[in-house]
Design a protein around this ligand. Structure first.
Ligand code: PLP
Length: 374
């Protein structure tokens, strides 16, 4: 099977798998215990924390581990709004469900939310749109750095400077950008969330960065772990794996990014030139691994199933409550008609994707689309 669905999740890196499983054997103690077994675990936890501080250039008290980015984003959004009686949040219709659904839920609870739509021809929200949407009671801006469906990159540095100038908290969903572009947090970004399973680490570990703790209240209350920012015994094996994945990014980011971009471009150009009525869906700059392609006169869901049977794993749209696939809210939000959104497939590469896999995929996709059209 050729795996081209790395924005959904990634295969664990073999070295990280080994380190994580050996941590389960060797460092199974509770880092909060004072005996040697606990203290050995605590030492490993501290080493992992050092990688986080080095990678992001942040202090030890400016982050905490979560179960994943969904938990981090929920925690931080709810934490901010809990401090205000009449808050207004700016976000967008392009966000991942972790932000979008949370904002819909808090809107029902009485919080004012502006869901910005991208301007025509854009794949991301612009700083000028954020500036225009600011109200006297705006307390928080929540936007993604890179879009998981199209790869479009948001101009986070310029939005951060707007947020800083206006004194508004700015939470960034950095999940899709990590490992696919430089992710040094600019001044003005007050909080950010990331996820281990998108960068070849195990599931069950995310990271919430919180540089300004003025309006922070933990969601999960329990023991004094993680400076009381999130109660509960730490998931040490997954944390060790996550730290290792960051280390790999720090060591090899440039090579891996160039490689993914080269393969993605080769893949996309070959499909567009071999199949008429095939169009790459993106606008503005985008991360190196994502290719969202619409195949005219082909139903995306049917194509996805045919590709699965032919040996390619990709993705399309979003599952609705009945289990069927709905056209992507993100593509519709970018102004694409339902017909295009329904015929689009997202292919996402990882640093493990090979040239052979890409060449084989091109062959399979051309054959499959041609026979579906016939
Ligand atoms: N944000 C983006 C952009 C994502 O792609 C995802 C996962 O698909 C999430 C947030 C949620 O991450 P997690 O699966 O770690 O909860």
């Amino acid at each position: 099977m050729i795996y081209l669905d790395n924005n959904a999740t990634t295969r664990i890196d073999p070295l990280i798998l080994e380190e994580t499983t050996s941590a389960m054997h060797l460092f199974w103690g509770n880092p909060s215990s004072t005996h040697q077994i606990g203290q050995n675990a605590k030492k490993k936890l501290s080493q992992a924390c050092s990688e986080i501080t080095t990678f992001f250039g942040i202090r030890q008290d400016e982050f905490f581990f979560t179960s994943g980015a969904t938990e981090g984003l929920n925690t931080l959004i709810r934490s901010y709004i809990s401090h205000f009686t009449k808050a207004h949040i700016i976000t967008s219709i392009l966000e991942h469900e972790a932000v979008y659904q949370t904002c819909l839920a808090i809107e029902k609870e009485g919080i004012e939310v502006s869901f910005l739509s991208p301007n025509k021809g854009e794949g991301a929200i612009l700083p000028s749109q954020v500036l225009e949407a600011i109200r006297p009671n705006t307390q928080l801006i929540v936007l993604m750095w890179a879009n998981n469906e199209t790869g479009a990159i948001t101009d986070i540095p310029n939005i951060a400077s707007v947020a800083k100038r206006k004194g508004i908290a700015f939470l960034v969903d950095g999940v899709a950008s990590l490992g696919k572009m430089p992710c040094q947090l600019p001044d003005g970004v007050t909080a950010a969330c990331f996820s281990g399973h998108k960068i070849h680490a195990p599931k069950g570990c995310g990271l919430a960065i919180i540089r300004d703790k003025t309006f922070f209240t933990p969601l999960i209350i329990g023991g004094p772990q993680q400076g009381k920012k999130r109660g509960g015994t730490e998931n040490l094996p997954a944390i060790i794996g996550f730290a290792n994945a960051l280390y790999q990014i720090r060591q090899h980011a440039e090579t891996n990014i160039n490689n993914m971009r080269r393969l993605r471009d080769l893949f996309e150009n070959a499909l567009i030139s071999s199949l008429q009525g095939t169009k790459s869906i993106f606008a503005g700059s985008r991360i190196c691994n994502t290719s969202n392609i619409s195949f005219e006169n082909v139903d995306g869901e049917t194509l996805l199933i045919a590709l699965d049977q032919a040996g390619i794993a990709a993705s399309h749209g979003a599952a609705c409550s009945s289990g069927a696939l709905e056209p992507s809210r993100v593509l519709l939000g970018m102004g694409y008609p339902k017909k295009i959104a329904s015929s689009s497939i997202r292919f996402s590469l990882s640093r493990m994707t090979t040239l052979e896999e890409i060449e084989k995929s091109i062959e399979i996709i051309v054959q499959t689309v041609t026979s579906l059209r016939d």
